[in-house]
Design a protein around this ligand. Structure first.
Ligand SMILES: [Zn+2]
Length: 324
């Protein structure tokens, strides 16, 4: 099995309302860089391709500054489905993906879905940060690539700047070679220290905080109607809301979506304020990794619910069988 060390750069749309108010694409991959390592973690090949944007036509100035990629350069990029075909052929069948951080693979999956392309081939992937932490100081923070390179006294070449997909993939591959990658992968999942979903959510940037006082009505505590108006922190319009999911420490979390401004993470809490019970809703910016964590929890919840319903149906059948 080969290791494909992957890094990508993506463009971001500007968070401003668009005329049609239709669902906007927030992120779009513009560059794919990768290093292929053999089973014994020796260098085999590199891959680098620019992708011509099809959804977000305007290059975000921050992204441009960070990556050095210009709109002109992207005009010469490949059509995403073609690049993916080529990339998959280059990867080969027997491989797993290695990334630095939790962002790249969920981003890749979301772009594949945008084009209706299969996503099953990216299922096997590992965040090298987890393996790095497990095999160095056992920490649980998400370390930067720079931190890891300095930890191993790896050379950081000024001619190979950060935020170039291939350069970052090469730097990540250099870390792979300093670690015991097969052992790290074998221990990944159960023993590897991971960032908990709760930490992930609490690490997001808060955008709005709303407080709702509970009122006593017909002997029951209830929140004002405004509690159910999940307002977009950008435009103040009502958003659609997903199911509440426990993301750890019994803090319910949900994903809301504004028709104009996309998804936001919302967390529910309660505080006592001057003898009154107050519900607090905090709205955060959303990230692909937060959405992936939410969807994972939701899936688990649905599975549990499904099994419960199945058992109930089975039992009903049995009972019926007995009465017939
Ligand atoms: Zn909005």
């Amino acid at each position: 099995m080969n290791y494909i060390v992957l890094d990508m750069e993506w463009n971001q749309s500007y968070p401003r309302p668009d005329a049609a108010g239709k669902k906007r694409v927030r992120n779009e991959i513009i560059e794919i860089g990768a290093v292929k390592l053999s089973e014994d973690v020796s260098f085999l090949d590199t891959y680098k391709r620019l992708v011509r944007p099809a959804f977000i036509k305007r290059l975000n100035s921050h992204v441009k500054k960070l990556t050095g990629i210009t709109a002109k350069m992207l005009e010469g990029g490949g059509f995403f489905p073609d690049v993916i075909d080529e990339f998959r052929a280059w990867c080969g069948e027997d491989m797993c993906l290695i990334t630095w951080g939790y962002d790249d693979v969920p981003m890749l999956i979301s772009c594949l879905k945008m084009y209706g392309l299969p996503t099953d081939w990216v299922k096997k992937w590992y965040n090298l940060q987890v393996i790095f932490n497990a095999q160095t100081d056992g920490g649980s923070n998400q370390r930067s690539l720079k931190y890891a390179l300095e930890y191993f006294n790896c050379e950081i070449d000024e001619k190979h700047p950060w935020h170039d997909a291939l350069n970052d993939a090469c730097y990540t591959a250099a870390i792979c070679r300093r670690l015991d990658l097969p052992a790290g992968i074998a221990a990944y999942g159960d023993a590897g220290p991971k960032i908990s979903d709760y930490e992930l959510i609490s690490g997001l940037r808060p955008l709005a905080k709303n407080r709702y006082i509970y009122v006593l009505e017909n002997g029951k505590l209830r929140c004002s109607d405004a509690f159910n108006h999940n307002l977009c922190p950008v435009c103040g319009e009502r958003m659609s809301r997903g199911r509440w999911v426990d993301m750890g420490r019994r803090k319910p979390v949900t994903l809301c979506e504004c028709a104009k401004h996309g998804k936001f993470v919302m967390r529910l809490g309660a505080v006592n304020s001057g003898g009154e019970r107050v519900a607090v809703k905090v709205t955060y910016e959303s990230t692909p990794e937060a959405e992936a964590a939410y969807n994972r929890r939701l899936e688990r919840m649905n599975e549990k619910g499904g099994r419960k319903r199945e058992r109930a149906a089975e039992q009903k059948k049995e009972e019926k069988g007995q009465t017939v």
